[in-house]
Design a binder for this molecule. Structure first.
Ligand code: ZN
Length: 339
């Protein structure tokens, strides 16, 4: 079984011309139905997260500012003008966080190994006091911190096409939570270079794999097998929170990586086979509805142990990026913290 929460954010509507729009979560759920896995889902009800859970990561004044913008009728709140906070956005963002907390609580209660949080707005660009890149509350960071406070050794694996600068900033000086990101480079937001490895006591607990456009699934798999899995093992992760952006799919309009839906299943299968910690997938980006459905279906098949059968979406190979993995291995070997 997979513990699943579905928080479509229907009252958070940046507009029909915005890519982060209503319908994304429904597309993901449709992908689960298409692969026939409804009977494998343990649907948990999303609740509104408490302010005390949210302010374990975000500043309380930030929540007050979000609520004030909402009460004034809403506005785009970042300097690029692409992060919308409407009248109901703070509520929907709290529900997205609450859905993640309910899923990990269910995983703890039932000892379910896999969790899937289908929610919007996304979160990994949001910092302690900053909305950014369609993100309002950093759901993955809040969930990771929640688990860490309960004694879990938590690693965050972020495979969104964009670097999760908010999450990296939040854990930059914390040696107790590992942050690993693969993303396209160069691309928005411009952070996540290979030599960003964490600060002071936490050097080596941030790992960045900035892949060139066109990078395919075989290269990501090489990074998983030769760097990410050995680091997870050495760190001793008991829980992996996956910032699961599907905008690294080859058909996504916002990125140019070349992963297929089958690749996300392959990465998940490798994690399941190689590492016995629990995993919670939290939706981040992904703006092609058809790709969102297929990627979600592929991941769920891997978590249940079934083969993903869409021949058009089988694993991809032959792209650039191997030198990125080799350089990252060299950098992290020279740090010597985990490998
Ligand atoms: Zn993204």
């Amino acid at each position: 079984m997979i513990a699943v929460s579905v928080s479509p954010g229907l009252d958070h509507d940046p507009g029909e011309h915005h890519v982060e729009r209503v319908g994304r979560v429904e597309a993901c759920y449709e992908g689960l139905v298409c692969v026939g896995l409804e009977s494998e889902l343990n649907i948990v009800k999303s609740k509104v997260a408490s302010d005390s859970i949210i302010t374990s990561i975000h500043d309380s004044t930030y929540l007050e500012k979000l609520d004030a913008v909402a009460q004034m009728g809403g506005a785009f709140v970042d300097k690029w003008g692409d992060t919308w906070v409407g009248e109901k956005t703070p509520h929907e963002a709290r529900v997205a966080v609450g859905g993640a907390i309910e899923v990990v609580d269910e995983q703890l209660r039932s000892e379910t190994s896999s969790g899937l949080v289908l929610a919007r707005p996304p979160g990994h660009h949001a910092g302690v006091v900053t909305p950014m890149g369609f993100c309002v509350l950093n759901t993955a960071a809040i969930a990771a911190n929640y688990l860490s406070q309960m004694g879990e050794k938590v690693a965050i694996l972020d495979w969104d096409v964009h670097h999760g600068n908010g999450t990296q900033d939040i854990f930059w000086k914390r040696p107790d939570v590992l942050y690993i990101s693969s993303h396209e480079w160069p691309l928005y937001p411009g952070t996540g270079d290979i030599d960003e490895v964490g600060d002071s006591e936490a050097v080596g607990t941030t790992l960045n794999l900035p892949y060139p456009r066109g990078t395919t699934g075989d290269v990501m798999l090489m990074g998983l097998e030769n760097l990410i899995l050995p680091i997870l093992d050495s760190f001793g992760a008991t829980w992996i929170v996956i910032s699961s952006g599907f905008d690294s799919h080859r058909l996504d309009p916002l990125g140019s990586l070349s992963f297929s839906a089958g690749d996300f299943g392959m990465f998940s299968e490798k994690l399941v086979q190689s590492y016995k910690s629990r995993m919670t997938y939290i939706l981040e980006g992904g703006y092609n509805f058809n790709s969102l459905a297929k990627c979600t279906g592929s991941v769920a098949c891997a978590l249940i142990g079934e083969k993903y059968k869409d021949v058009d979406e089988l694993a991809t190979n032959g792209g650039p990026g191997r030198e990125v993995v080799e350089k990252a291995i060299s950098i992290h070997k020279s740090i010597g913290r985990f490998i």
